[in-house]
Design a protein around this ligand. Structure first.
Ligand SMILES: Cc1cc2nc3c(=O)[nH]c(=O)nc-3n(C[C@H](O)[C@H](O)[C@H](O)COP(=O)(O)OP(=O)(O)OC[C@H]3O[C@@H](n4cnc5c(N)ncnc54)[C@H](O)[C@@H]3O)c2cc1C
Length: 223
């Protein structure tokens, strides 16, 4: 579906990562937790597109939230949109989704803006009353002491007994996770990070009792 998003809020989550909330002009836009949109850009007379995960729950439609790390031209363009400015986009896309309430406990491992699709999952699971154990292990290589949404996650872990939040500061998230002594064969595990880090985290997880069939990954890269 093609639609236009108008920026309704934009705030820094860390020194390099911003949350951008957009109101879409299509009230029939819907997506599954974990899916993405393709904003359209124009530069030097050329039109092109890049993909960004939706960080909010589908229940917020037609409002969506993006969580964007400032690395190059396109990400800076989205971050610099002022409230009231618009951007065209197409979507939704993506396969690391939730179609129904899962039956098994879950682990999410996020690095940097890789938190975006996992936040959509967690927000939706919370709303849907997910009762199984749910772990979020988070790190941010860009600014290790500043984790996106950390206040929300700390607060959520106080209010939602199933939710466990591990802040990986000064330690790799996969190392912090394996130190917990959890039996990873009991969990479904979703990983989202930038570039090769996704595979590296998966390799460590698979060196435990977890099997490949339990693990899904999404890799953020530029193309
Ligand atoms: C399925 C998918 C979902 C994505 N979702 C998001 C998202 O929710 N938020 C987001 O910020 N980006 C996301 N990306 C990356 C995004 O599509 C762009 O590639 C990114 O913003 C870089 O574009 P650019 O023009 O700003 O910089 P470019 O000049 O194209 O890239 C500069 C460098 O940044 C690296 N890079 C790319 N993405 C990131 C990142 N997120 N963090 C750190 N370094 C990066 C690239 O490897 C490249 O070396 C996603 C990518 C994929 C494949």
């Amino acid at each position: 579906m093609d639609c236009i998003g108008v920026v309704i809020a934009s705030r820094w989550l860390t020194p390099t990562i911003k949350s951008i909330r957009l109101e879409l002009d299509r009230s029939d836009f819907c997506f599954l937790p974990g899916q993405s949109v393709w904003p359209k850009f124009e530069r030097n007379g050329k039109t092109f597109s890049k993909i960004y995960s939706i960080a909010s729950s589908p229940s917020r439609c037609p409002e969506i939230e993006l969580c964007v790390s400032r690395v190059g031209w396109s990400s800076a363009f989205i971050q610099d949109l002022a409230v009231g400015e618009t951007i065209a986009m197409r979507g939704p896309y993506g396969l690391m989704t939730l179609k129904q309430l899962p039956h098994r406990p879950r682990i999410y491992i996020a690095e940097g803006s890789g938190i975006a699709p996992l936040k959509s999952h967690i927000d939706w699971l919370r709303e849907a009353g997910f009762r199984q154990s749910l772990w979020l292990v988070q790190s941010n290589p860009e600014t290790p002491d500043a984790l996106p949404y950390w206040e929300e996650w700390r607060s959520l872990s106080q209010r939602w007994p199933a939710f466990h939040y591990l802040e990986a500061v000064g330690v790799l998230p996969e190392v912090l996770l394996t130190r917990q002594g959890l039996n990873l064969s009991e969990f479904e595990i979703d990983i989202c990070a930038v570039g090769d880090r996704t595979q590296q985290i998966q390799d460590v997880v698979l060196a435990t009792s977890a099997r490949l069939s339990q693990v899904r990954t999404e890799e953020f890269f530029a193309f």
